[in-house]
Design a protein around this ligand. Structure first.
Ligand code: ZN
Length: 199
């Protein structure tokens, strides 16, 4: 089977009742702080990823370079495949400022939805993640922001209480550019849980 076959049809997935909540119990890293979606854990064995292409200006090239660096970091932990068309992706990175939330600006945002998608004649429910990463911040900040938002996108829906983790709720003074040991333990735990969306 070719990876990431073109999408032939895409509509919003039917609503489902939320899963019964599970007690976090004994989990490594900050896995106890992760929340499953209504459909369960949002993990895929292979993620089809699209990145907004750069324009002719230096600023968009700079954004693109920073985001590519973050994707390369995640690619050492997860299986990613790049797609040329945004419509064929599970996860899309957009070069834009997230809309204000409660009157406050932020550098990045991760938005998750579920869609009923037909690929190669087969209909499946897939996650669709849109990451909005601001271009108007320092290159280091674009890198740290996209690394963090990609973590949400790849299923880490929750935050760590330690500033040295990629998924820190409150980032410390030094931008984080690599997954910490706790990030890796948490990711590893998550990808060993049954996926709520995997085909
Ligand atoms: Zn976050």
């Amino acid at each position: 089977m070719i990876p990431c076959p073109p999408v032939e049809m895409r509509v919003a997935a039917p609503e489902v009742a939320p899963m019964a909540s599970i007690s976090p119990g004994d989990r490594p890293g900050y896995a106890a702080a992760l929340e499953p979606s209504r459909r369960g854990w949002v993990t895929l064995p292979l993620w089809c990823v699209w990145v907004e292409p750069p324009g002719p200006d230096l600023w968009s090239k700079r954004w693109h370079g920073a985001v590519e660096t973050s994707l390369a970091t995640w690619a050492t932990h997860l299986k990613l495949i790049r797609v040329k068309n945004a419509s064929d992706a599970h996860l899309r990175l957009w070069r834009r400022n997230p809309p204000l939330q409660g009157g406050r600006a932020s550098n990045g945002r991760a938005l998750l939805s579920f869609e009923l998608v037909q690929r190669g004649g087969k209909k499946i429910v897939e996650p669709l993640v849109d990451l909005l990463i601001s271009p108007g911040i320092r290159q280091e900040a674009i890198e740290a922001t996209s690394l963090h938002e990609l973590g949400h996108g790849f299923g880490l829906w929750g935050h760590s209480d330690q500033p040295t983790d990629v998924m820190a709720a409150k980032p410390g003074p030094t931008p984080i550019k690599q997954l910490s040991k706790r990030d890796r333990l948490t990711l590893n735990w998550l990808y060993n849980q049954p996926s709520g969306v995997s085909p």
